[in-house]
Ligand binder design. Sequence first.
Ligand code: T5A
Length: 209
Amino acid sequence: MTGKFITIEGLEGVGKSTQANNLAQWIKTKGHTIVRTREPGGTPIAEAIRDVVLDMHPEKMDPTTELLLVFAARKQHTESLIRPSLTKGAWVLSDRYTDATYAYQGGGRKLDLATISHLENLVLKGFKPDLTIWLDCDAEIGLARAKARGALDRIEVEDIGFFNQCRAAYQQRFEADPMRFIRLDANQSIEAVKADLVQALEGWYDTNS
Ligand code: T5A
């Protein structure tokens, strides 16, 4: 039996880690084994690439370098962890995946979407999540939550316009493939988002398991 691949997406501070805990709990109550992971990262090689992507450097990183790095990490993550886990029947829950590349490198960095799509086909050959939870939140609110938590990484120091472009790119992804997505209003309280999440998951489970 093959497991399901679920991703959770959205801007910084929207509550992905917080709601991933609730999502993992829900998957366990359905009796499935769960593998939790994240991008960039998820395996030792991919985590090393994550450090290169997110650490501050004295040298400016070229946007296409950034794009290639996130896909290099994703290839390693997919072949080394995600696919083998699904084959064993586990459900895989990843904090971010390819939609984040369309949002950040496409929307935020303004790289050509056709180039991103070409790389996606080359690297993943049509592999994509069964379900993506998009926690949609005003960029100002998410960033304020992220900032309240502590030091910012190389991407989190971008200006508000960058994150608004990322959010618009998530909206485009949602509109292009609405059956794969569940969009939740993440401006609400943690408990209200959790209630919406569980209700939406139950509906999805009834038709997809
Ligand atoms: N990236 C990633 C790319 O550029 N391209 C790619 O292809 C990929 C895969 C990854 C970075 O890499 C970039 C995007 C990112 O910039 P990350 O660490 O994985 O970075 O992701 P972040 O979004 O930075 O993670 P955060 O931890 O900041 O955000 P979360 O997980 O969304 O938020 P969470 O749950 O940790 O909550 C943050 C704080 O807010 C509170 C929490 O208690 C916590 O204190 N909170 C709420 N407060 C009020 N109301 C709510 N509803 C709340 N939900 C959470």
